[in-house]
Write a protein that binds this ligand. Structure first.
Ligand code: AMP
Length: 393
């Protein structure tokens, strides 16, 4: 293995655990910079297949597969936190894994993540970790209602979540989320935050400990899934500075080498509370591709390779709108009609990104649109209009 401080230069091979759109956009950035890219995915027909030199299809628990992958790569990263931390650990003795698999381990489980935040004094919503119906009832009595109940593991985009409004909801919520087929699951009960808005900070930390944060983005969700992100976030500078400073301290405390995103609730009195941490690039950072001097994906390549981090300066106000599978229309004969891309692209200053997913299912992230404009309000108006034109209403 090369010395941990030697940069991995173009010509080297970068490995990605996972084959989704984040891996695909990382691979595109790495290829443009002259790297070879390999990925492991459990499906052949995945977005990363488009940009990778080699896709290894198999299980993340296949040790022989991991050994062959490690032998080919100069550094490995992961594109999604639901990759088993064990796979990262199995690779770590053979090839630099950035961020360290222990970062993945901490952040892929809400209970561990919340414990980390509390231990380091990072403000978040009041919460209790519960493992039984009785513990849930006690937690509700302590935290109060409304509250949000979440599975500790394998939750994202609102999956494995329930809002609790009244005590009558509590037992049903335990049945739905906690009473797993193989015994009780660990859950996290969070106090409901009556927030002013949600923002996120995508930040990178280099091998040498240097930090670079992208400007915070304001995030609007629909059905718990990110809908529109926009920058600048239009909040007082002090709030933005607090979020950027806290994100930097979180990356330092976790020991991240790579990119991570910290999502925050901004309370009505201007405090920032951590919602969750993603130890990777993030959907809310997609607009950096067009709007910033360095994209979040190039930044990930730079950080993982031990290169200097790039400038995160915002070149223009920008907005990003997700394209979910709901945008595709299914006819009675089973055929599927694509959105009207020509109509969307007739809006000047709009970029289309499609991830190459074949099946358009409701709620599935199929692509996104980004718009740049002189003001953030115009950028939002443009990207939403382009999406409406594409999705015919
Ligand atoms: P999460 O998967 O935890 O990021 O939750 C998805 C979305 O649900 C968040 O972006 C919020 O819009 C909403 N949400 C989650 N937890 C809370 C909470 N404790 N209070 C208010 N809204 C929440």
């Amino acid at each position: 293995m090369a010395d941990a401080t030697d940069p991995i230069l173009p010509g080297g091979t970068l490995g990605i655990l996972g084959g989704g759109q984040l891996g695909s956009m990382f691979a595109a950035a790495a290829k443009r910079m002259g790297y070879r890219v390999e990925a492991i995915s459990d499906v052949a027909d995945c977005p990363a297949a488009i940009h990778c030199d080699r896709l290894r299809v198999g299980s993340f628990s296949d040790e022989a597969l991991l050994a062959r992958f490690a032998a080919d790569c100069d550094a490995v990263t992961f594109e999604f936190e639901n990759i088993p931390a064990e796979a990262g650990r199995a690779l770590a003795g053979r090839v630099p894994v950035r961020p360290d698999p222990e970062v993945l381990f901490t952040t892929q489980d809400r209970a561990r993540e919340k414990t980390f935040l509390t231990r380091h004094g990072f403000a978040c919503a009041p919460y209790r970790i519960v493992g039984s119906q009785d513990e849930l009832r006690r937690a509700v009595a302590e935290i109060g209602l409304p509250a949000v109940l979440k599975t500790a593991a394998f939750g994202y985009d609102g999956k494995g979540q329930r809002k609790l409004l009244a005590t009558v909801d509590v037992d049903a919520a335990w049945e739905a989320l906690g009473a797993g087929p193989h015994g009780p699951r660990q859950l996290v009960l969070e106090g409901f935050v009556d927030f002013d808005c949600e923002i996120s900070v995508v930040a990178a930390r280099g091998v040498d400990g240097s930090l670079a944060s992208f400007p915070p983005s304001r995030n609007a969700h629909a059905n718990h899934i990110l809908d529109v992100s926009s920058v600048p976030a239009g909040l007082p500078q002090r709030v933005l500075d607090d979020a950027v400073a806290m994100a930097g301290r979180i990356l330092e405390a976790l020991g991240v080498v790579g990119v991570a995103c910290v999502e925050f609730f901004v309370t009505k009195d201007g405090r920032v509370l951590v919602n969750e941490i993603a130890p990777r690039t993030h959907n809310s950072g997609h607009l950096t591709i067009e709007a910033c001097e360095t994209s979040q994906f190039e930044q990930q390549v730079r950080a993982v390779c031990g290169l200097p981090l790039g400038s995160t300066r915002l070149r223009s106000p920008a907005a990003m709108a997700n394209l979910l599978g709901d945008c595709w229309t299914h006819a009675d004969d089973g055929s599927c009609r694509d959105p009207d891309w020509a109509a969307a692209l007739a809006v000047p200053g709009v970029w289309l990104h499609l991830y190459g997913k074949r099946e358009a299912r409701p709620g599935r992230k199929m692509g996104h649109l980004t718009a740049l404009a002189p003001t953030v309000e115009e950028a939002i108006e443009k990207v939403v209009r382009a999406r409406r034109l594409a999705c015919r209403g």
